[in-house]
Ligand binder design. Structure first.
Ligand SMILES: *Cc1c(COP(=O)(O)O)cnc(C)c1O
Length: 409
């Protein structure tokens, strides 16, 4: 496609007005919204109000007056629409890692006669680390980490919980959630999906897929800001039987009865532990405003076109400079990112960032480009590949300062 054709695509893009709702730095093409979402304009004003009027002026009365106490459920209800869940099935709390811990423990308690937590060896490290910690804590379980191709065969009557991330953080491979959930259920296992690279990038159908539990991230495609609280999903049918392990007072039926005895709250609220982080929750709530009224099917369509375009433009560079595509070409098998392998991946990503194109690097050799459909333009995809071509042609990545690894990659 020519630059003119891409300009026309931008001008007729049904999501084109969404970009104006973000504050994006001048001259930067941001292909890392899958790692830290861009800043929605509404966030600063909302934080200013929450800080000055709510915290500053109304102080502790804000818990009631400004509904602080209900924020975990209120924000959860807004996320629910994006993941195909009921408003009463999603709660915002803690980090993704902590929510994994809480839900995995609670899920295992629903399958005490079984032995195995099944996951993928290439699952995101925190998912595996948390599962290993849970295994060590409970003792009687085994953590089985298998290759993706072996998952289906490994599912059996001994599987208590199937723990998977829908979209692979390195390659962008997307699992068939409906199929794997069905298979797990046929074996009597429960499923826990990590939606870190799904939520906000395309429509997720937790209810239609019959998913039991899920967790997801607030700071990636949901744009909630660095370290934004995460969310968790508990299917309604499991809520009454669910026994939290972290039985904190905010998950109590009546936190302000100050009873010495623990009684779980009704519904998903029992998965709360401590006092919710009001500033972060307010930022996330304001950020979610950009999804208001947005048809997630349109988001998916644009995401597929952006990633398709990127892969097509990259093709000549693959052979010339030794990039190897790591992302599936089949649209139904990929999320909203495209990854390439290259032995000099780290330095190339640094040199490219110096040219105003921000992607990221994942060890050992993955260059990762995320495509957030709400604020990216087709012409930017074109420009990004142009600049990558220059970085390679001029050997800009060979500059020694691009070899030095920073603490965060
Ligand atoms: C980003 C990410 C997380 C993040 O977990 P935190 O607890 O928020 O640090 C978890 N799982 C996956 C698959 C991720 O990509």
């Amino acid at each position: 496609m020519s630059p003119e054709e891409l300009r026309t695509l931008d001008q007729t893009d049904p999501l084109r007005h969404k970009r104006e709702e973000f504050l994006l730095p001048e001259g930067v093409i941001y292909l890392d919204g899958n790692s830290l979402g861009a800043l929605p304009k509404a966030v600063a004003a909302r934080l200013e109000r929450t800080i000055k009027e709510e915290w500053g002026r109304d102080l502790i009365q804000s818990w009631n007056r400004h509904g602080w106490i209900d924020l975990p459920q209120r924000v959860g209800a807004r996320i629910a629409r994006l993941v195909g869940a009921g408003a009463d099935e999603v709660l915002v709390a803690d980090s993704t890692s902590v929510n994994l811990f809480k839900l995995l423990l609670a899920a295992l308690r629903l399958r005490p006669e079984r032995r195995v937590i099944l996951s993928e060896v290439d699952n995101f490290p925190t998912d595996l680390y948390i599962a290993e910690g849970v295994r060590a804590l409970l003792g009687q379980f085994e953590l089985r980490r298998v290759a993706r191709e072996e998952l289906e065969a490994a599912l059996d009557e001994d599987t208590a919980v199937l723990l998977l991330t829908e979209v692979d953080y390195r390659t962008g491979y997307r699992h068939d959630m409906a199929h794997l959930t069905r298979l797990a259920h046929q074996k009597g296992a429960l499923v826990l999906w990590d939606l870190a690279h799904s939520t906000g990038a395309f429509p997720v159908h937790l209810g239609a897929c019959g998913v039991d539990f899920a967790v997801g991230c607030g700071y990636k495609y949901l744009n909630g800001g660095p370290g934004a609280p995460a969310f968790l999903f508990v299917a309604r049918r499991h809520q009454a039987a669910l026994k939290p392990f972290l039985t904190g007072w905010m998950g109590h039926q009546e936190p302000f009865a100050f009873s010495p005895l623990y009684l779980p709250a009704e519904g998903v609220r029992r998965m709360l532990v401590g006092t919710p982080p009001i500033l972060s929750l307010s930022a996330l709530e304001a950020a979610l405003g950009v999804f208001e009224g947005v048809d997630m099917e349109l988001v998916r369509q644009k995401s597929l076109r952006l990633t398709e375009l990127f892969m097509a433009l990259m093709e000549p560079l693959e052979a010339r400079y030794g990039f190897r595509l790591a992302t599936p070409r089949a649209p139904e098998r990929r999320g909203s990112q495209v990854a390439y392998r290259h032995p000099q991946g780290y330095a190339i990503i640094q040199a490219l960032a110096a040219q105003g194109v921000v992607g990221d690097f994942r060890a050992p050799d993955i260059l990762r480009f995320g495509f957030a459909p709400l604020y990216l333009r087709y012409t930017e995809v074109y420009e990004a590949v142009e600049r990558l071509g220059q970085v390679m042609e001029q050997g800009l990545w060979q500059d020694p300062r691009y070899q030095e690894r920073a603490k965060v990659t």
